[in-house]
Design a protein around this ligand. Structure first.
Ligand SMILES: [Zn+2]
Length: 259
């Protein structure tokens, strides 16, 4: 079995055909999909969908860095209340994104650290979104790591050196569709890294692997990403499947999934 550690299957792009898609995902042997939340506006649809497929879809709670704006304190309050009243497998997605807008850099930093503290308090892993801020997010996690923090640097596209820092701080990297792109520099950066620190993800509906680039991404494309990772690392596909699945199950530490 495969695991998609990062997908937003609850967004409107899937509204029309989600039930059919769930079947395709299961046929592709992707038995578990982890759903990071975006913000309060996506929460209801995420929980509703997860409630329909409770053994397969696993929701997280958190505020995405691109949703950290003037009202970020309200967003944090919303997420915190849900964290205390509902069950989640992790905190996510959280982090720093300086690609579109640097206006709220300071607030993004503050929200990131606040939510890392929640994960420590609750004993939950967290999923990091980092865009044009990888050194900064690595530094933050390294500074706050006390041996109890665990999580994923989602959609990793950094250097081997940055990946080694992530490994040293005990975190994983999420490998997605970008690895299938021609000229994707990340391929070479991964060659010397251990499979033990990798999990698979789609980030659906974004970042579709080749040959679906530009179209809607879906969790049933996970095997395409796994095949490319196997080629990149010169490993057997079975090994990639087995190790990335184990890494994901261990991280989210949800024993009911292991039966
Ligand atoms: Zn995402």
């Amino acid at each position: 079995m495969y695991i998609d550690t990062h997908a937003h299957l609850y967004l409107e792009q899937f509204e029309e055909d989600i039930d059919l898609l769930i079947e395709l995902i299961l046929e592709a042997e992707v038995n578990h999909v982890y759903l990071p939340n975006v913000d309060s506006s996506t929460y209801e649809s995420m929980m509703e969908l997860a409630g329909e497929y409770p053994e397969m879809l696993h929701p997280m709670i958190g505020v995405h860095p691109c949703s950290i704006k003037e009202n970020y304190k309200d967003e944090l309050k919303f997420a915190r209340e849900k964290l205390e009243s509902e069950k989640f497998v992790g905190i996510g997605e959280i982090g720093i994104d300086l690609h579109w807008d640097k206006t709220f850099h300071k607030e993004q930093k503050e929200a990131f650290e606040t939510q890392i503290e929640w994960s420590r308090e609750m004993g939950l892993p967290f999923v990091i979104h980092s865009r044009e801020a990888l050194d900064e997010t690595i530094e933050t996690v390294t500074r706050m790591q006390d041996g109890n923090l665990k999580g994923i640097f989602h959609c990793f596209n950094g250097t081997e050196e940055q990946a080694n820092k992530i490994k040293d701080v005990g975190f994983l990297i999420g490998i997605g569709g970008v690895i299938t792109y021609k000229n994707a520099g990340v391929k070479e950066e991964l060659i010397n890294l251990p499979l033990d620190m990798m999990v698979l993800e789609t980030d659906s509906p974004y970042l579709s692997p080749t040959p679906f680039r530009g179209k809607r991404n879906q969790s049933n494309y996970i095997p395409i990403i796994a095949e490319q990772l196997a080629v990149t690392l010169d490993e057997k596909l079975e090994k990639v499947k087995e190790v990335t699945t184990k890494n994901a199950l261990d991280l989210f530490n949800t024993p009911i999934f292991k039966k």
